[in-house]
Design a protein around this ligand. Structure first.
Ligand code: CDP
Length: 233
C-alpha cells in the first residue's frame, strides 16, 4: 500500500523534548524536520543585535524586510542549521540572551505572520515533521498527526541543563528553571496563537519515557495516520 506523506505537528511547553522527538521522527520517515522555534529565535537575535525597539511596529516591519532565515543541511550532524542573512546562527540563537527575550518577540503578530508564512511554504508538499507551540492549532490545523508533549518541570530543566552543557552554553540550573517558567507563562497567555493543545492532539507525557520509547509510540501513531481514512473503513 502506498503510504501517504503527512504532516506531523509536535507542540508543547519549553524543553519537553519536542525537537528530539520531531528530529527522530523525521529521520525515521525521511521527512523534512522544521524547528519553528529557531525562526523566532533568529528574529530575536536580529532585534537584539540591531537594537530594535519591539514596542515600535514600524521598527519591527523594517526589521522583517531585512531578515532572511533559511535552514541548510549539515551532513556532519545529519540535520539542518539555522542561517540568518547568510550567517550560521545555530549556536547563537540558543544563548541565554536570546532565550530570555524570545517569548516577548514571539507575541508580536507581524512576526508570527512572517514566520508562519515560511513554515507553511516549507510544508506545502507535506512529508514534514515540525515542532513548536502553534503548529497543530494555527500553522497546520490540518496536520494528519498532532502530538502534544508534556514532561515534569524538574525533568525538563535537567534535560535542558545537560543539553546546554554539551553545547558549552553557560546557564545555571536555576536560570533555566526561571527561563522555562517565564516562557511557558508568556507562550500560553499571549493573545495571538497561544500555546494550547489542539482538540485532536494526542498527549504524550515523556517524563519517564526513554528517547527510543517515545519514538516508538510516535511512530506507531504516525503509521496509523498515514493510512488514508477511506482505507480504514
Ligand atoms: O526548544 P524550546 O522548547 O525551549 O523552545 P523553542 O522551540 O526553541 O522556541 C523558543 C520560543 O519561540 C518559545 O518559547 C516561544 O516563545 C516561541 N515559539 C512560538 O511562539 N511559536 C512556535 N511555533 C515556536 C516557538
Amino acid at each position: 500500500m502506498q503510504q501517504q506523506q503527512i504532516i506531523i505537528a509536535v507542540d508543547g511547553y519549553a524543553s519537553c523534548g519536542k525537537s528530539t522527538l520531531a528530529k527522530d521522527l523525521a529521520r525515521n520517515l525521511e521527512y523534512i524536520y522544521l524547528d519553528s522555534g529557531a525562526m523566532y529565535r533568529a528574529v530575536t537575535l536580529y532585534c537584539l543585535r540591531n537594537n530594535i525597539d519591539i514596542m515600535q511596529i514600524n521598527e519591527i516591519n523594517t526589521a522583517l524586510e531585512n531578515i532572511q532565515i533559511d535552514f541548510r543541511y549539515n551532513a556532519e550532524i545529519g540535520f539542518s542549521e539555522t542561517y540568518l542573512n547568510g550567517e550560521n546562527v545555530e549556536r547563537l540563537i540558543r544563548s541565554k540572551e536570546v532565550s530570555d527575550r524570545v517569548s516577548e518577540v514571539a507575541v508580536i503578530a507581524e512576526i508570527r505572520v512572517f514566520c508562519v508564512e515560511q513554515q507553511r511554504n516549507i510544508g506545502k508538499n507535506r512529508g514534514l515533521c515540525c515542532d513548536g507551540r502553534d503548529i497543530g492549532t494555527v500553522v497546520f490545523p490540518d496536520a494528519e498527526l498532532k502530538i502534544f508533549l508534556t514532561a515534569d518541570m524538574d525533568i525538563r530543566a535537567k534535560r535542558r541543563f545537560e543539553e546546554l552543557q554539551r553545547k558549552n552554553i553557560e546557564m545555571t540550573y536555576d536560570e533555566i528553571v526561571a527561563n522555562l517558567k517565564k516562557r511557558d507563562h508568556i507562550d500560553s497567555t499571549r493573545e495571538h496563537s497561544p500555546l494550547r493543545k489542539a482538540a485532536d492532539a494526542i498527549e504524550i507525557n515523556n517524563s519517564y519515557l526513554s528517547q527510543t520509547e517515545q519514538l516508538k509510540k510516535a511512530l506507531s501513531l504516525a503509521r496509523k495516520a498515514m493510512v488514508p481514512a477511506k482505507q480504514l473503513d
